[in-house]
Design a binder for this molecule. Structure first.
Ligand SMILES: Cc1[nH+]cc(COP(=O)(O)O)c(CN[C@@H](CCC(=O)O)C(=O)O)c1O
Length: 304
């Protein structure tokens, strides 16, 4: 990822991609505390638009607040910088990664005395779990690793060290031939995917796991709104892994994953073993919204 043309916004200015470097004694590299976001811009008929940029920026600042990281820029500056990065790299559809991290000003567990640095990169990124996955669904394995207890890592923050847990789960699943991992919480109830939220459909109703130890996804919130447009309320409940086995449909949501059907969990076929009809309709509505084809949600698009 380091050797490419382009520009990265780094500590207030656009720098050539290859020059966006940090020192090996960067505090966040050693102690894992950086907060970040994953955003997408989509090509609409009026040009590129970043989807729900306000919500992503708010979550970035909330994550920093939760982990007591002072942000050296305002929300408005970060919002504008995300737009600048898309423009500077002449991208019309892309994935955008803002990150705030402690620098190399000091070592030692305490970040006191380390400065907060901010970088924002953008790059083209297709279907996170594969085009085939979007159409036909993916195979998922319940992980042997549990999601963190809510007093181990802060579930309302999107912060780097959480992803060591996700990496373990994802590697375990993919090395055994599955596409992604599903994590249970410390009590054994369904939490979320390694990088996604989960929904199921049963008897025409949509359910999601209680969100306690999962990231409160922005795509999740979008799907809840789009389901309401279809006259469907999403019910939140404690779901067990076998609730998923006997569901009629299941799907992951995320900025990167978008709306990816889950056709199998732990070698149990879910429903007809492919993208279900409600999943398909929600997926279609989601893409209509992000590509600017649904006027009702124009306010969710920040035109670059
Ligand atoms: C653990 C987790 N749960 C739920 C979500 C969905 O959140 P939202 O994007 O706000 O709907 C994500 C985003 N996962 C990022 C993974 C990308 C990456 O691999 O890095 C993403 O979708 O950007 C998570 O990482």
């Amino acid at each position: 990822m380091a050797d490419r043309d382009g520009f990265i916004w780094f500590d207030g200015k656009l720098v050539p991609w290859r020059e966006a470097q940090i020192h090996v004694l960067t505090h966040s590299l050693h102690y894992g505390l950086s907060v970040f976001e994953g955003e997408r811009a989509y090509k609409t008929d009026k040009g590129p638009a970043i989807f729900r940029l306000k919500e992503h920026t708010d979550r970035l600042f909330n994550s920093a607040h939760i982990y007591r990281m002072a942000m050296p820029y305002t929300r408005e500056q970060i919002t504008e910088a995300c737009c600048d990065v898309v423009r500077a790299n002449k991208l019309d559809s892309c994935y955008i990664r803002p990150i705030a991290f402690y620098g190399s000003e000091k070592m030692g567990v305490s970040p006191k005395g380390a400065a907060t640095h901010v970088a924002i990169a953008a790059w083209p990124w297709g279907a996170y779990l594969g085009e085939d996955g979007l159409q036909k669904g993916i195979r998922v394995k319940t992980s042997s690793y549990a999601r963190h207890h809510v007093n181990v890592t802060m579930a309302r923050a999107k912060f780097a060290a959480t992803y060591a847990n996700s990496i373990l789960a994802n590697m375990e699943a993919t090395q055994d031939g599955y596409d992604e991992a599903l994590l249970l919480d410390v009590d054994g109830f369904v939490a979320e995917g390694a990088g996604e939220n989960l929904f199921i459909v049963k008897d025409g109703a949509i359910y999601e796991p209680e969100i306690a130890s999962a990231l409160v996804g922005i795509t999740r919130a979008t799907i809840i709104s789009l389901a309401r447009d279809m006259g469907l309320e999403v019910k939140s409940k404690r779901l067990t892994r076998d609730d998923i086995y006997i569901a009629d449909e299941a799907f992951f949501t995320g900025t990167a994953a978008e709306v990816t059907p889950v056709r199998e969990l732990d070698n149990r076929t879910i429903g007809a073993g492919t993208r279900g009809p409600i999943t398909e309709e929600l997926q279609k509505r989601y893409f209509d919204v992000v590509y600017g084809r649904n006027e009702k949600y124009e306010h969710w698009l920040t035109r670059v």
